[in-house]
Ligand binder design. Structure first.
Ligand code: HEM
Length: 170
């Protein structure tokens, strides 16, 4: 079901929140698999003018049963998000819609109480939006981005022998 995600993606996005200045970023994402029923996600962003590194994160996605998706995501500034939600795909564009069920944080992390992500893939185009309740603010928009597939197909990290993965794995 998550097969349309597989590959390397590049694009750009913008972000905002009431407590900070608006910003823009360039983004690279990979969705890979190891031949087991989950997808590995890595992301990094950089400043569009200076190239300075900005946010980065990584995580795992899996479909425990058709229509449901679970995601765990780690943020370097001390946050760990656990998401659950819905996934629709098949012949239609892939749409993932998740909301956090818990967020763990280190002592020094900023306060983030709810996060939501919507990700859609149509052919070689990926779009996402991200909303959060953080630093005392109600749930609202933080990010939106559009990426284009740069590299397609099965990127089978650590398991080169798994060059095709069967549709029943994910
Ligand atoms: C593409 C990914 C992201 C980018 C480029 C990005 C960028 C930024 C920037 C530039 C700021 C303002 C300066 C700063 O505090 O560093 C910021 C603030 C913040 N971001 Fe993000 N962010 C991203 C994803 C996330 C995610 C996934 C979360 C939460 C899980 C998050 C939570 C926050 C929080 C809590 C603040 C601080 C707001 C404040 O202190 O008023 N961000 N982000």
């Amino acid at each position: 079901m998550l097969r349309p995600l597989l590959g390397a993606w590049a694009g750009s996005g913008t972000g905002e929140y009431p407590t900070i200045e608006h910003f823009a970023y360039d983004e690279s994402i990979t969705f890979t698999h190891v031949g087991k029923p989950f997808i590995t996600y890595t992301q990094r962003t950089k400043h569009p003018d200076t190239g300075a590194p900005m946010h980065t994160e990584s995580g795992y996605l899996r479909v425990p049963r058709p229509g449901s998706i679970e995601i765990v995501m780690a943020q370097p500034p001390g946050l760990a998000e656990v998401y659950e939600g819905a996934v629709v795909g098949g012949d239609a564009p892939l749409v993932i819609d998740v909301r956090s069920t818990s967020i763990g944080s280190t002592t020094s992390a900023k306060e983030v109480t709810i996060t939501e992500r919507t990700i859609s893939v149509t052919g070689d185009d990926l779009r996402y939006t991200f909303r959060m309740a953080a630093v005392g603010q109600p749930l609202q928009h933080h990010l939106s981005a559009t990426l284009r597939r740069e590299e397609s197909g099965d990127i089978a990290l650590f398991a080169p022998e798994v060059d095709r993965f069967s549709t029943d794995i994910i």
